[in-house]
Design a protein around this ligand. Structure first.
Ligand code: HEC
Length: 135
């Protein structure tokens, strides 16, 4: 009995601390502030190549591809135009990514995104393909 009374304040402190952690986690979750999300946000504002996660397909597209693919410049297949992508779709995501990353005729390597990683180019190609209704 004596031992129990002696130890109980420590037990209580332990419980309080872990409850506080849970509470903070819960608040962070509800605010959409879990650490992964925070990282991606920080990364999308950063242009350096050393960033492991990289930018989203949409960000890369607007940054490095839209200039040509929104206007059909130099014969670039138009964004979201099924008929202009029909014959290219057959090549598959890997080949299209490789052509966008390495260059293909008038399509310059990496478009206008000189510091893009292959993964980022792949995401932007996926973003372009998702705009089609025939895939
Ligand atoms: C300077 C203009 C320009 C920019 C910038 C540009 N493209 Fe292109 N893209 C083209 C042209 C032109 C073609 C057509 C090439 C051909 O078929 O001869 C093309 C074709 C493609 C193709 C089809 C390749 C194939 O094998 O049929 C993909 C995929 C592509 N671009 C992705 C991208 C992505 C992703 C970006 C941005 C990272 C981008 N492009 C930026 C001009 C551009």
């Amino acid at each position: 009995m004596y031992k129990f009374i002696f130890l109980s304040p420590f037990l209580l402190i332990g419980i309080n601390v872990s409850m506080a952690d849970d509470y903070e986690d819960e608040v962070r979750k509800r605010l959409g502030l879990n650490t992964e999300v925070a990282q991606v946000t920080a990364i999308s504002n950063d242009d350096s190549e050393s960033v492991p996660a990289g930018r989203s397909g949409e960000i890369v597209y607007n940054l490095g591809c839209a200039a040509c693919h929104n206007a059909g410049l130099a014969g670039a297949p138009l964004y979201a135009d099924d008929s202009q992508w029909e014959t290219r779709l057959i090549k598959g995501l890997e080949m299209l990514t490789s052509n966008a990353y390495n260059g293909y005729n008038a399509m310059p390597a990496k478009g206008l995104c000189m510091d893009c990683s292959e993964e980022e180019i792949k995401r932007s190609v996926e973003y372009m393909l998702e705009a089609l209704t025939i895939n």
